[in-house]
Design a protein around this ligand. Structure first.
Ligand SMILES: N[C@@H](CCC(=O)N[C@@H](CS)C(=O)NCC(=O)O)C(=O)O
Length: 240
């Protein structure tokens, strides 16, 4: 069996892996793991990733979790064009810098903004105190400012003149609050121009394909009540 990618395109790191693999014509079998159906709780999936999270990769007998590790593995194994993860020491260090920073910054606030604004009230039947949501959205705003000031600056892309893994990891995160109705680009022309460059570099069709599930998330049917309770337990930390 060749390369298998376990993904749910509702998940932002899965979208980054999906776009990277497709854009670089990496052949893979898509194994969809629907988080909202609890498919990551099955024993079969636990054998692929004992952390029970997507994305996950299986390449023959080799199993790998964690989106950044997966992106790097794919880039090295399939010798992706240099701009994604440059050989140049300092250019690569810039990508590493973003990939290290984003976990506790962009990823954290985009995830919480989306869950608090949409998923908790609509799918988990759990009201989010308005002051909690307001504080999360204010934090998201500060985070976007840091993204502009520290990373984007006056460059075309986050780490230089060409698109890299950093841009892919960032845009897939930023589309999370967008899916919940946050107008994060409207008041940020510089970030909006970057978003358009990333979309153009990825290709409009692939970008839309990767984001179709999350952009339709607001119209999903209600969750099965048992699953809802189980899911609630695993996402409570996103309420703060
Ligand atoms: N650090 C991991 C995070 C993976 C992750 O949190 N995945 C989420 C979806 S975005 C998940 O599988 N959640 C299921 C759960 O926690 O129950 C990565 O970058 O791959």
């Amino acid at each position: 069996m060749g390369l298998e990618l376990y993904l749910d395109l509702l998940s932002q790191p899965c979208r980054a892996v999906y776009i990277f693999a497709k854009k670089n014509s990496i052949p893979f079998q898509l194994r969809t793991i629907e988080l909202l159906k609890g498919q990551h709780y099955t024993d079969d999936f636990a054998r692929v990733n004992p952390l029970r999270k997507v994305p996950a990769l299986k390449d023959g007998d080799f199993l790998l979790a964690e989106s950044v590790a997966i992106l790097l593995y794919l880039s090295r194994k399939y010798k992706a064009p240099d701009h994604w993860y440059p050989q140049d020491l300092q250019a690569r260090a810039r990508v590493d810098e973003y990939l290290s920073w984003q976990h506790t910054a962009v990823r954290s606030c985009c995830t919480r903004a989306m869950w608090q604004k949409m998923m908790f009230p609509k799918y988990l039947g759990q009201l989010v105190p308005p002051e909690t949501l307001a504080s999360t959205l204010a934090e998201l705003d500060r985070c976007l400012q840091m993204l502009e000031d520290k990373f984007l600056r006056d460059q075309a892309f986050l780490t230089g003149p060409h698109i890299s893994m950093a841009d892919l990891v960032a845009i897939t995160e930023l589309m999370h609050p967008v899916s919940a109705g946050c107008k994060i680009f409207e008041s940020r022309p510089k970030l909006d121009a970057w978003r358009k460059r990333v979309e153009a570099a990825v290709g409009e069709n692939l970008f839309q394909e990767a984001h179709a599930v999350v952009l339709k998330a607001k119209d999903m049917p209600p969750l099965d009540p048992d699953l809802r309770e189980k899911l609630k337990l695993s996402v409570q930390s996103l309420l703060y």
